[in-house]
Design a protein around this ligand. Structure first.
Ligand SMILES: [Zn+2]
Length: 352
């Protein structure tokens, strides 16, 4: 394969092994959309041969990740343009947008879970805070809120919409003391980063002893993935922005590696809404919309068996979505597409 200046090859982030096998190859239609948007912003498109990405599994520890993947520079171009586009949107009132109302109720639920486990906690750091939705909810509830984000555009939205200052820059340079926070959250962040181990290490360092890190990551072996494999289909949940996919085993291994104690691991079905105001950008959604796109393409194909398998998949996936999202079974069975993880920094500091 001709190496693109936008791609890089990596070793396993969990165990550093070079040894892996390919699980699946997928072609990203999202990347085409991203490139159209980049061109419309007068930026150069990101070059990936055939828009293809390789999902690999570490032969030593089982971690699943993209290899090669977009490198740091390319990811920066992507995320910065994503939020620029939001900022330039004609009427980006987050409070009134559909995205915001659905999103804010999710954020309220997330905060409540944290409060239930930590009634006395009041100081929170949100890593990868984006435009500050979650922190705005916490602020209203009287928390002292702090955030980190790479995108200047996103932090400007946070300032403008919610009056929240978010630090823009590398997490290595966070301007907050160690042992400072009650809670560190990383919601849908770790899978987007090039170095999950580092993120967990820094979260741990910034926490007070006994403090809690709360994060969510994609659950690879969720219902949708397992049913796609059963029906011999490619899994539509792989996207190029998600550099890592997790299992119970690899989440536990990451926590062990970073000396964090698992308190609770549950799963939910992905239910992120579209971003209606950003037409040209991928909506990052797993689930029906993306499936419907596949299905549309399929109706044009002549492969009857594929057609039937896709229909079954679509049907099963919708049923599962209802079941996993609105019941506790999703959490119990760990079959939802997102893991929610609560882990604690040990109260007695280990010598490290
Ligand atoms: Zn490994």
């Amino acid at each position: 394969m001709r190496m693109s200046k936008h791609l890089e090859y990596v070793n396993c982030n969990l165990c550093a092994s070079e040894d892996h096998k390919t699980l699946e190859v997928f072609t990203s239609s999202d990347l085409e959309n991203v490139n159209k948007s980049l061109v419309s912003l007068r930026k150069k498109p990101l070059y990936v041969p055939k828009n293809q990405f390789y999902v690999v599994k570490c032969k030593n520890c089982g971690l699943v990740f993209l290899n090669p993947r977009l490198n740091k520079g390319a990811l920066k171009i992507f995320y910065e343009s994503f939020y620029s586009k939001l900022l330039k949107g004609k009427n980006v009132s987050f409070e009134s947008s559909v995205y915001s109302s659905i999103n804010l109720s999710q954020e309220k639920g997330r905060l409540k879970e944290i409060q239930n486990l930590n009634p006395l906690a009041k100081k929170i750091l949100d890593i990868g805070a984006g435009p500050g939705h979650f922190l705005s909810v916490a602020k209203k509830e009287g928390w002292k809120v702090y955030g980190q984000e790479y995108s200047k555009a996103a932090s400007r939205i946070a300032k403008r919409e919610f009056g929240i200052h978010i630090y823009v820059g590398e997490i290595d340079n966070l301007p907050y003391p160690d042992n400072f926070f009650d809670i560190v959250t990383m919601h849908s962040v770790i899978e987007h980063t090039i170095d999950p181990s580092k993120y967990l290490q820094i979260a741990r360092r910034k926490l007070k002893p006994g403090g809690m890190v709360v994060f969510s990551v994609p659950n690879l072996y969720c219902f949708d993935y397992l049913s796609s494999k059963l029906l011999i289909l490619s899994y539509p949940g792989f996207i190029f922005e998600h550099l890592y996919y997790f299992s119970k085993k690899t989440v536990s291994a990451f926590l062990k590696k970073t000396d964090l104690q698992l308190i609770c691991l549950t799963s939910k079905h992905h239910s992120r809404p579209n971003l209606p105001e950003v037409n040209n950008f991928p909506s990052n959604n797993f689930g029906p919309n993306k499936l419907e796109l596949f299905f549309d393409q399929l109706t044009k194909s002549k492969d009857k068996s594929l057609y039937i398998r896709m229909r079954i998949y679509l049907f099963a996936s919708r049923l599962a979505k209802e079941f996993l999202e609105y019941n506790h079974y999703g959490g119990m069975l760990k079959l939802g597409s997102i893991f929610y993880v609560f882990a604690q920094k040990p109260i007695r500091e280990n010598q490290k």
